[in-house]
Design a protein around this ligand. Sequence first.
Ligand SMILES: [Zn+2]
Length: 148
Amino acid sequence: MNTNHLTDENIQDIALKNLKEEQLPMHIKECTECKASLKAYQVMMNSMNEIRPESFSFDVSELVMQRIKVAEPESSSVWVYVLASALIIFVTGVLLFFMPVLKPFFELFHSPDSMYNLFVAVTSLCVFAFLMQDVLRQYKQKEKLLLQ
Ligand SMILES: [Zn+2]
């Protein structure tokens, strides 16, 4: 007698195919162990087929739609950033265009004091760092939402 038992995958495959008695491999017909495990798999698969899909006491699609509606303002915030950057570009362009006219105004801010310049540099660096951190945080949040 062949002692090489069939693998679990083979037996599951046979159970899934629902083969007739004469179509079964020789080993299954001879080996009580494999026959028993095939029977067990068949019983399990039959009872799995009898399980009805879970019916929920709530409307699943309604819940999903609610979540999608909640997520919508998130995408509109992207447009806020696009509009803000477009506005910044526009303002910069206007400032550059009217530079000769505005130059005396900007000269008011020119200070020989290096502490003042250092303060301006540190402040703008901090603002930039916090903005980048916020952008990164929002990016991660959206990535998490997408991968959910
Ligand atoms: Zn066997």
